[in-house]
Design a protein around this ligand. Structure first.
Ligand SMILES: [Zn+2]
Length: 300
């Protein structure tokens, strides 16, 4: 009896831990194709499944911004090979989520050094819940962890370009970085910008609404009309896309603050469907309007 109970308890625990890996397993990665878009002499955008990958390739070698899911590593390596015969020397993670760090272990084993904000390493090392999706992500193996971390900013001087890495205030998570290449005028936003869809505030990882607004304002300040902006998800964007995204976020923020000032309860807020007008344009992505409505209320 006691034995059965222990097994059941373990079963429940495994069930809780399963969704993330189950989601990855459910997806048929054999069907995913990696597409390559050239952004400058040395910078490329790779899209497959998961977070958009930035690639710098030149005389000094190759480095990546994010590396999607582990089952895609071989395809990503093949796409990189088509750009350069040089090795992947570094991977920078924009934040800890598995759709951006899933390839870390494979790239580390093939010789790359992983770097990220210190909170990325901390959350990956201890394992992490994502309450919004009822997910429990187990601790990552040591080989998947960033081995160089920074608390505020870092720079890479490779391939004749400067990659300026800036940690942002807690927004999508508390370990978000954006990467800017001033010489090429290219910016990678991680999940502080997703094009044409509502963003995700991962409250379990210290995410906050205002942090995304602030990150977008930082990005707007360093961008001009020619800046190529890589979003965490969705197609390549421009400063105009970022401005539109910012306008939507500020409008949402005002509405939530007014509702809270008027004493609106979370239930009444959700029932009022306050963002019905945004649904067609922003609510068709990963985060649906209903979820965004509740999330924004909790994140502000
Ligand atoms: Zn993310």
């Amino acid at each position: 009896m006691r034995f059965t109970r222990i097994v059941l308890a373990l079963g429940v625990a495994a069930g809780v831990a399963m969704p993330m890996s189950a989601m990855a397993q459910q997806q048929d990665f054999s069907k995913v194709e990696i597409t390559t878009t050239k952004l400058s002499d040395t910078l490329y955008l790779l899209m497959g499944s998961g977070g958009n990958i930035g690639v710098s390739a030149g005389a000094d070698g190759v480095y990546l911004i994010d590396d999607q899911y582990a089952p895609l590593s071989e395809k990503i390596m093949a796409a990189v090979k088509a750009i350069s015969d040089k090795p992947v020397r570094y991977v920078i993670n924009t934040h800890w989520h598995s759709d951006h760090t899933g390839g870390n272990e494979n790239f580390n084993r093939s010789g790359a050094v992983i770097l990220a904000h210190e909170n990325v390493r901390a959350r990956m090392a201890k394992g992490q819940d994502i309450a919004a999706f009822k997910m429990t992500v187990p601790p990552a193996p040591a080989a998947a962890l960033p081995v160089i971390t920074y608390s505020d900013k870092a720079s890479l001087y490779l391939n004749g370009q400067t990659a300026k890495i800036f940690h942002m205030a807690p927004g999508h998570t508390d370990g978000d970085s954006i990467i800017y290449w001033p010489e090429a005028n290219v910016l990678h936003m991680g999940d502080d910008f997703v094009s044409g869809m509502f963003p995700f505030f991962d409250l379990s990882s210290g995410g906050k609404f205002n942090g995304i607004v602030k990150a977008v304002e930082t990005a707007l300040a360093i961008s001009n009309d020619k800046t190529k902006i890589i979003p965490g998800h969705g197609p390549l964007g421009s400063k105009a896309d970022l401005q539109k995204f910012h306008g939507m976020l500020v409008g949402v923020q005002k509405k939530v603050m007014a509702a809270k000032a008027a004493g609106t309860t979370a239930e009444a807020w959700g029932a009022s469907n306050p963002f019905a007008d945004l649904d067609a344009e922003w609510g068709q992505g990963f985060i649906k309007t209903e979820m965004f409505t509740a999330m924004a209320f909790n994140a502000i």
